[in-house]
Structure formats: structure tokens, C-alpha cells
Design a protein around this ligand. Structure first.
Ligand SMILES: [Fe+2]
Ligand SMILES: [Fe+2]
Length: 177
């Protein structure tokens, strides 16, 4: 199903919203490029077990963009010492996408199709929870996402787990014996 950019995705940080618009465009492009007949080999697919090379090329571009998207948010989180498992969720999803890419190349169309189907609900959930919490905090403290800096008047204060957007443990920086 086609994803559509709308106000429900706008988090009020221009750089973040722009990246999310691009993510949606990539997802739609991948869905549109998915072979109509998964079992019909084509001349361009001999080296990829039935999957057209142009699709794999688009998939690689999607992975590259997703890695940059996640790294951008990871950098911001690091700069403001944002707690929680947002970064781990990015790593998990990126690993899954990279793994599925390898499986698609080997002809696992089922897994590829499942991934494309899951991207939309995953993205909706991720925006509604982790990205919303991050955007809220960045705006609250006046973090400059273009420069990657806090206002001069502000010294960064580590957050408490109350801002954690998931139920995994907040990483501890110092362990007591
Ligand atoms: Fe995001
Ligand atoms: Fe995120």
C-alpha cells in the first residue's frame, strides 16, 4: 500500500521531516518496483536469482538513505545525551534490512515482500513513539539540528528514564559495584 506524507508525520523539525518524507518516497519506489511476477526470470536477473538488478540497485539506495537517516538521529541523541533504546532500534532495523537484502538476492521473494509490507506499520509506530519523543525534546531544549549544537545559554542535562519511549532498559553509563 502506498504511503502518503501528511501532517500526522510532521514533527516540527525541518531536517527530520525532510528525511522522513524521503524515507516514504523510497518505500513507495521500492513497492512500485517490486516485480509483478516474482517467478518470471528476466534477462537482467540472471545474476540475482530472478530479482531484477534495478530493484536491487534501488534497494541499496534505500539502505544507504536509511543508514544516513538513522545516523543523523543517533548523532543528535548523542549530542544531548538522550536515553533509551532508540539507537538500538535503529541498529536492529538496519540489520534486518541488510539481511533481507542478501536473502532477496538469493531469491527469497517471500521475505522481501514481507519486509515491504512491514515498513509502513513500523514507520508509523516509530514516528509515533521514538521520533516523536526525540523531536519533542530537541525542540524543548532548543537544539540546533542544522549545526548539531545546543544554545550557548544551555548546558545539557541528561534525561531521566521518564522520557524513554520504549520499555527496554536505559543504558547505564556508570555501574555501582
Ligand atoms: Fe526517523
Ligand atoms: Fe528514529
Amino acid at each position: 500500500m502506498e504511503m502518503k506524507w501528511g501532517e500526522r508525520y510532521a514533527l516540527g523539525i525541518a531536517r527530520m521531516d525532510e528525511t522522513h518524507r524521503e524515507f516514504i518516497d523510497f518505500c513507495n519506489a521500492l513497492t512500485a518496483a517490486w516485480p509483478k511476477n516474482e517467478h518470471a526470470p528476466s534477462e537482467t536477473s540472471a545474476a540475482s536469482n530472478g530479482m531484477p538488478q534495478d530493484f536491487l540497485g534501488q534497494f541499496d539506495a534505500f539502505i544507504e538513505h536509511t543508514a544516513a537517516h538513522f545516523n543523523q538521529e543517533n548523532r543528535w541523541m548523542e549530542a544531548v545525551n538522550f536515553p533509551g533504546c532508540h539507537r538500538e532500534e535503529h541498529d536492529r532495523v538496519l540489520n534486518v534490512v541488510q539481511e533481507v537484502r542478501k536473502r532477496i538476492e538469493k531469491g527469497d521473494f517471500f521475505l522481501g515482500r514481507r519486509l515491504l509490507e512491514e515498513l509502513h506499520p513500523w514507520f508509523d509506530n516509530h514516528i509515533d513513539t521514538m521520533d516523536t519523543a526525540l523531536a519533542f525534546y530537541l525542540k524543548e531544549i532548543g537544539f540546533d539540528t542544522e549545526a548539531g549544537t545546543l544554545p550557548e545559554s544551555r548546558t545539557e542535562t541528561p534525561l531521566t528514564s521518564a522520557h524513554n519511549a520504549c520499555d527496554c532498559a536505559v543504558p547505564q553509563t556508570a555501574k555501582t559495584p
